[in-house]
Design a protein around this ligand. Structure first.
Ligand code: PLP
Length: 395
């Protein structure tokens, strides 16, 4: 097996975690099997009792899934990883493994909508208190995190405004009260940001996004210290939201190109952000790569590049935003992100459509806001795709 001997991300992304079978296959093997046969009754007993390691059943372990877990753990700089059926399964599993009735979760207001729903609708139902705070308001975090707090949860950069949180400072706030800091690293991936190195305890991912990178499979993963991941595995084995071997195999191949892709996404997003700033029909651009962005310096300090997602406001209201979106021919009108294909969406009426007017105003989700997840197409073609809509606004 390939060990992390201080190799760089690009090397680990291609090499870490591979288990080669006696067949000597060069590419990672796909093991589509639900169970495993034991060489003897004694060996079966030893594996069931946990006395000897080895495969028993694919809800517990699968070699393809294990390769993915070891590779992503190496990339994040974590001791171990646990793969799950989706990004939400990873977040739910962290909640189920580490929260009890009477505990409190302090969560950023700017997290994935379903994460908010999970805390509000389900965790509260089981007696977990939840408090939401503004991502960049350090005094609000300080005030909210108390002795009852078990989990502190955030995403950085945020969606869709690209606000940036100080992971190290938030880890200190969480640890001072004995809480775990959980960072959803979906937008940056370990290619751009390694929250565990900044003091986070657990990183969660929707592998569905950039880890796959080509929009094929739904999956998730949590990464962290071995003792935390061992607790998480017990929940996974009991509740069952495990990753399928096939999806793990797709994600393994996705990881091989992660560094290249994230660099390309980031370069194109940077170019698009600068171009957008120059367009008279654009009132403002949210991208942490721009020097004018309030999170720019912090992002520069804790990220190696600024990622592929940006948002911008067009002159006008919903009508203008919809005209620009509907005029595109290359970009896909879909709420997904992290794909080789550029996606475009109107947050106020889709991803953030369920927020009240007051919540939208507070979150900066205006009617003229458009979010783009910049893919791998030619940048000039993408600019032309938006320019067509901008020209309509002048008419
Ligand atoms: C998509 C997403 C999730 C949920 O992941 P699924 O794989 O769809 O369950 C969680 N967090 C962020 C930031 C996401 O973009």
């Amino acid at each position: 097996m390939f060990e992390d001997d201080g190799y760089a991300l690009e090397t680990l992304a291609v090499r870490a975690g591979q288990i080669r079978s006696p067949e000597g296959e060069h590419a990672e093997a796909l093991f589509p099997t639900s169970s495993y046969v034991f060489p003897s009754a004694a060996e079966a007993a030893a594996r069931f009792s946990g006395e000897r390691p080895g495969n028993v059943y694919s809800r517990y372990t699968n070699p393809t899934v294990r390769m993915f877990e070891e590779r992503i753990a190496a990339l994040e700089g974590g001791e171990a990883a646990v793969a799950t059926a989706s990004g939400m399964a990873a977040i739910t599993s962290v909640c189920m493994a580490f929260l009890s009735a009477g505990d409190k979760v302090v969560c950023s207001r700017s997290v994935f909508g379903t994460t908010t729903a999970l805390f509000n609708r389900y965790m509260q139902k089981f007696g977990v208190e939840v408090e939401f705070v503004d991502l960049t308001d350090m005094s609000a975090w300080q005030a909210a995190v108390d002795e009852k707090t078990r989990l502190v949860f955030l995403e950085t950069p945020s969606n869709p405004l690209c606000e940036v949180a100080d992971v190290k400072a938030l880890a200190d706030i969480a640890h001072a009260k004995g809480a775990l800091l959980v960072v959803d690293n979906c937008f940056c991936t370990p290619a751009l940001q390694r929250p565990l190195k900044l003091g986070a305890d657990i990183v969660v991912h929707s592998a569905t996004k950039y880890l796959d990178g080509q929009g094929r499979c739904v999956g998730g993963v949590a990464v962290g210290r071995r003792e935390l991941m061992e607790e998480l595995v017990v929940y996974l084995r009991t509740a069952g939201p495990t990753m399928s071997a096939f999806n793990a195999w797709v994600f393994l191949k996705g990881l091989e190109t992660l560094g290249l892709r994230m660099r390309a996404h980031s370069e194109s997003a940077m170019q698009l952000a600068r171009w957008l700033q120059e367009q008279p029909q654009v009132e403002g651009v949210n991208y942490a790569g721009l020097e004018s962005h309030p999170g720019h310096e912090l992002a520069r300090a804790q990220q190696t590049a600024f990622g592929g997602v940006l948002s911008f406001r067009v002159a006008g209201g919903r009508d203008a935003a919809w005209r620009v979106i509907d005029a595109t021919r290359i970009m896909s009108l879909t709420a997904n992100l992290g794909d080789a294909k550029t996606t475009i969406v109107h947050p106020a009426t889709t991803t953030h459509g369920r927020l009240s007017e007051e919540e939208k105003a507070r979150a900066g989700i205006t009617e003229n806001l458009i979010r783009v997840s910049v893919g791998l197409e030619n940048i000039e073609d993408l600019q032309g795709d938006l320019a067509r809509g901008f020209a309509l606004l002048d008419a």
